[in-house]
Design a protein around this ligand. Structure first.
Ligand code: IMP
Ligand code: MG
Length: 185
């Protein structure tokens, strides 16, 4: 695989900036869910780094569950409508306070599908906590209660976010220079 330095246009959000904001979000969530029955639902795989840092900053009782979805669509870097659940929750969320933890919201289609499914199971509350929000790209409204950073319409990677499934491990959020990124043949 290519070294990311070859196509890193800029570091958009540093490791330190992420840590600071994640701590703020954790504190806010802890205040808001003090009297709740909180379950974080992490969307695999992009939400994993955010989840594990965020949950360490939450100091109220909470459970964690995982879900995986695959988006249908033509382009590999854009979703177009329906998402299919490929891994479902292990618990019944009825009457629980569900907070969906996601890496990024772009069009909103992925999370809209997830929320549609989860809402039929009658949780007490159902909201979204996303690290990144490409707000200007939104095509369908979703109830974002917590958002780490609103970012411009650029393709980003690192801290959970992938380019063709790689580079999720980087501790910062970088912008891809697509002219210098060479996909594997
Ligand atoms: P949406 O359904 O258009 O909101 O797209 C959400 C999904 O697209 C995310 O869960 C990511 O997997 C992916 N995605 C959107 N923008 C980016 C990006 O800039 N970098 C990496 N993945 C992205
Ligand atoms: Mg992805």
């Amino acid at each position: 695989m290519q070294d990311y330095h070859d196509f890193l246009a800029e570091v958009l959000i540093s490791e330190e900036q992420i840590a600071f904001r994640v701590a703020e979000l954790g504190a806010q969530i802890s205040r808001d869910y003090r009297d709740g029955n909180l379950v974080l639902v992490c969307i695999l795989r992009g939400g994993v780094l955010f989840l594990t840092d965020l949950m360490r900053k939450i100091d109220v009782p909470m459970a964690v569950e995982f879900m995986a979805v695959s988006s249908y669509g033509a382009g590999k870097r854009e979703s177009t409508g329906q998402a299919r659940i490929t891994l479902d929750l292990n618990i019944d969320i009825r009457d629980l306070d569900v907070l969906v933890v996601e890496d990024i919201i772009d069009s909103g289609f992925t999370l809209a599908s997830v929320l549609e499914v989860l809402s039929t199971r009658k949780p007490k509350s159902l909201y979204i906590c996303t690290l990144l929000d490409k707000a200007e790209r939104r095509e369908v409204e979703v109830p974002v209660r917590y958002s780490g950073f609103v970012i411009p319409n650029k393709f980003v990677f690192g801290y959970g976010l992938d380019i063709d499934e790689y580079y999720r491990n980087l501790p910062f959020i970088g912008v891809v220079d697509l002219a210098h990124y060479k996909p594997e043949a």
